[in-house]
Design a protein around this ligand. Structure first.
Ligand code: FES
Ligand SMILES: [Fe+2]
Length: 414
């Protein structure tokens, strides 16, 4: 896979697999082996888990990239531990804190040190317990950004890269206000991610969304995918607002009560060329309004705000949806954003509009699949992930793939 694949225009979509069996389409994803193996997520990345305010001294269970973890806060710091007591396998998230800086299993009181995961006391075996200090549970690196707790899921036992290298660049070093929604959703994380960057569906699936009530959606587009840095961008080349389908009829989403579609093709905002851009957004000089990066981070740039989606892998059949709306303002203007967010955006966009996506992600069933021209967005993403993950593994000097590695109860690689 080369970077050149990402620059391919729509003309190239579907070239792969063309030939005798072209009508049947692709039977599997073996042409993207890392991606294919990453059903439970790509290891070696930071993932947002939940809101910081939800993590307290009461341990809570989460599954991220197939790893069962418990999150707990002590003296202001959040910790992540493997959520399984090595004694009899009871989740530590069922327990609580008996001493500062520790968590105790509810069954027999095995007590673990939060920073290291080491067994620091065994309440029901007395102070002389010989296991103390000899074993423990795996711990995971934790950071807090955007009001959320992030956990690093390692490929092996490597040190994590700095989390800021993985965040969208404009979220590091700029002041902003944000609102968001985190929810567990059905469907594999890759379907969610592919849906987020999918060129084809928004104009059709979301044409009924109230968020789009007064705004027309195109009928079809010609789009190319452009790479820049670690992101790929969808760039509109042609936008068609109506079309005659031979032998079938005319189709358009234009209605008398909707705004008239703009004359020119535009690439920030998806319903018209903006009159004015927020200066931080303008500075980014995005080539297109939808962009995607590893390990499944979608960025939709509007003239005055940016919407992000993080598709957090849980297991083969479930993911966590993290949707965040960011406005790069400070001071009294933030009040306007909160009013607008709580009054409309949260419900219309993060709710109903995004609910249509959740529905599709839950019912998608691929491969097999027969891709069509707009699916250049999907193949460009798979190529990007394949290439980036290959590089990551090479840097780590391991042949491991995205699959979950077995770990022993003391957290060491089996
Ligand atoms: S199972 Fe955890 S202390 Fe026994
Ligand atoms: Fe969508």
């Amino acid at each position: 896979m080369t970077t050149g694949d990402n620059t391919a225009t729509t003309q190239d979509a579907g070239r792969r697999g063309r030939g005798k069996s072209a009508a049947q389409g692709r039977q599997d994803w073996t042409s993207w082996p890392h991606y294919d193996a990453a059903g439970a997520g790509f290891r070696g990345y930071w993932y947002p888990v939940t809101w910081s305010s939800h993590i307290t001294g009461d341990p809570q269970p989460f599954t991220i990239a197939g790893e069962k973890i418990t999150l707990i806060r002590d003296s202001g710091t959040a910790y992540a531990l493997h959520n399984r007591c090595p004694h009899r396998g009871v989740p530590l998230s069922e327990g609580n804190q008996q001493f500062p800086g520790t968590v105790s299993c509810p069954y027999h009181g095995w007590t673990f040190d939060l920073p290291t995961g080491k067994l620091s006391a065994v309440i029901t075996d007395g102070p002389g317990c010989r296991l103390t200090g000899k074993l423990g549970v795996r711990t995971y690196p934790v950071e807090e950004r955007l009001g959320m707790v992030w956990v690093y899921i390692p490929v092996a036992d490597e040190e994590p890269h700095p989390i800021d290298e993985q965040l969208p660049e404009e979220l590091v070093g700029n002041a902003f206000v944000m609102g968001g929604r985190i929810e567990p959703r059905g469907g594999n994380w890759r379907f969610a991610c592919e849906n987020g960057f999918d060129e084809g569906h928004a104009k059709y699936l979301h044409r009924t969304a109230l968020w789009r009530l007064f705004k027309p959606m195109p009928t079809w587009n010609i789009t190319k995918v452009v790479p820049r840095g670690r992101w790929i961008y969808r760039v509109q080349q042609e936008v068609h607002w109506e079309a005659d389908f031979p032998g079938v009829g005319r189709w358009t989403n234009k209605r008398w009560w909707k705004m008239q579609p703009p004359k020119e093709t535009f690439n920030i905002g998806n319903t018209g060329a903006p009159k004015q851009l927020n200066p931080v957004i303008e500075d980014q000089d995005f080539p297109g309004f939808a962009s995607l990066s590893m390990p499944g981070v979608l960025r939709i740039a509007y003239p005055k705000f940016i919407h992000y989606e993080f598709y957090v892998p849980v297991d083969e059949d479930n993911h966590r949806y993290v949707g965040v709306m960011v406005n790069f303002t400070e001071g009294w203007q933030t009040l306007g954003f909160y009013a607008k967010y709580l009054g409309a955006i949260r419900w219309l966009f993060h709710g109903q509009f995004s609910g249509q996506d959740a529905w599709m992600v839950d019912v998608t069933d691929a491969p097999p699949e027969k891709l069509y021209r707009p699916d250049i967005s999907l193949t460009a993403w798979r190529n990007l992930s394949e290439e980036e993950y290959g590089k990551k593994l090479a840097d780590l000097g391991t042949a491991a793939t995205g699959t979950t590695e077995p770990t022993t109860t003391d957290g060491k690689k089996a």
